[in-house]
Write a new protein. Sequence first.
Length: 346
Amino acid sequence: MDVQPRYVGAPAVLTLFDRPILAIETSCDETSAAIVHGRTVLSNVVASQIAMHRKWGGVVPEAAARAHVEAILPVIEEAFANANIDKSELGAVAATNRPGLVGALSVGVTAAKAIAYSLRVPLLGVHHLEGHLLSTLALDAPPQFPHVCLIVSGGHTELVDVQAPGKYRIVGQTRDDAAGEAFDKGARLLGLGYPGGFAIQQEANSGNPHRYALPKGLSGDTIDFSFSGVKTAVLRLTEKEGASLNVPDAAASLQEAIVSVLVERALRAMDRMDSSALTLVGGVAANLELRSRLAAACMQNGYTFATPPLEFCTDNAAMIGLAASYRLARGEADGWDLDVYPNAEL
């Protein structure tokens, strides 16, 4: 992707909603509700479905939707209890309505509509990726705008020019599989279970990252990504080595192949975009090797670096509330016909 540096004017001024927001996130396999006031996260409750999906080795959409139905009301009640506020104090309700599993999204949006209607407060649908992009607002010292963001998850790997809240431009992206998908597939091939990212990280702690040479995807002066090749390479490695495969070394080598290219492309994007600030968000942002390598590289190059706390990396409602806060402050709201969209560009 040939991207020209963008003009950087005055830093964007962020105005936030002045009343508490109930935020709901049910895009995949986490049922989450949060109460957010401005940039302050008063509560953030997540009911995980990992144990249920582990026996299938991945997310089963129908089972995920049923689990959301069972969990949504208890999770919302717990969010209110933890925030120690009454429902009458709410100023708005926000929910992820795109992209994601259609059945899962429908559960969250339906609950949000019911609560917003009963309380006569505004309703807002939020893009899941915008939630991730603005999750760093939860930090005590959030990054200024504009900045470059590396978003890495099971379904997404993109470099985004975050010019201001609501103004985003994808400047680099995967041409096939996301990094998180490569972690998950690699973990299954190595017999490490689900979710793959955490399993690979744990196993890699005792492994040699240079034991097995694994491909890093695209070559040349690019800020795009490709992770399908490393998945195939791990399959071939397991077939070739068989019982003699050193699993910790294989896990460490896979982590090295993925992390090194993420760091390399992020730094190249920073130079190409003439930016001085980088953020790292998304589920794979919880990978400690990636966090530490990017932080060190940014320090070495004089860039500022920010990544949210681990609890705000994986899917959670707090990030949806943070994204909703600035949109609501601008007077944005949706009608009762708010729909869900399993596929939606940023």
